[in-house]
Write a protein that binds this ligand. Structure first.
Ligand code: SAM
Length: 210
């Protein structure tokens, strides 16, 4: 059955109405949960990057909640770039830029915060994905190689280049990717990291500091 969010054409994410008419990934409550926690620590005037933006729900929440913040949106699919534009209508154009990019390929400069909800479902676990998700939601938003680690690996191996001193990188992931993610972090010049659980008691996001 077509998800009701696509039928209605929108979903609320942290109090913001997110247009879904171009069918990006439907924002998930696990994402809403960790973004709400990170928003509490983002300082006024921060420069942020919402990487793997999809609908743009994460960056829009930053721009709405944090005074004088600036946010770039990085997304690979043209259709979702159009969707982000729709969702940013009414926001001062000096506060954001939408960048077509393959992970960091077209990203320049440094950020105080990078928030990333990449595709991370393992292709080998396709049988565990719900029928409706597979039929209606974009595959490019879900899968990332055999172990679901392709995008996450790139973010961790390159992310430190795009962070200011004391900058923070936050990545959403699957619980069973924790160990592999930890190994990747330790191979790169980061100073500290913390894994956190979601509201369902599953390890769901990692905070990585340069
Ligand atoms: C899991 S969705 C996240 C969407 C939104 N940020 C959210 O939290 O609901 C991942 C998004 O990343 C995009 N994407 C996939 N591969 C990418 C890549 N290599 N570079 C940039 N964006 C990519 C997909 O098109 C999709 O919109």
């Amino acid at each position: 059955m077509i998800p009701e969010e696509y039928e209605k054409g929108y979903k609320y994410f942290l109090g913001n109405k997110i247009d879904l008419s171009l069918k990006p990934l439907i924002p998930r409550e696990e994402t809403e949960y960790w973004v709400s926690l990170i928003l509490k620590e983002i300082k006024e005037g921060s420069k942020c990057l919402d990487l793997f933006s999809g609908s743009g729900c994460i960056g829009l929440s930053i721009l709405k909640a944090i005074k004088n913040s600036y946010c770039d949106f990085g997304e690979i699919e043209d259709k979702f770039i159009e969707q982000i534009k729709v969702n940013l209508e009414g926001i001062d154009e000096n506060r954001y830029n939408i960048i077509k990019t393959d992970v960091f390929s077209n990203i320049e400069g440094k950020y105080d915060y990078i928030l990333a909800n990449p595709p991370y479902v393992a292709e080998k676990r396709i049988n565990e994905v719900g029928e409706d998700v597979l039929e209606y939601e974009p595959r490019v938003a879900l899968f990332s190689g055999e172990n679901g680690m392709d995008a996450i690996t790139k973010i961790i191996n390159e992310g430190f280049n795009y962070l200011n001193i004391n900058g923070l990188l936050v990545i959403e992931h699957d619980e069973d990717q924790k160990k592999e993610i930890e190994e990747l972090i330790l191979k790169n010049p980061y100073s500290k990291y913390e894994f956190h659980k979601d509201q369902f008691n599953k390890y769901r996001f990692v905070k990585i500091y340069v």
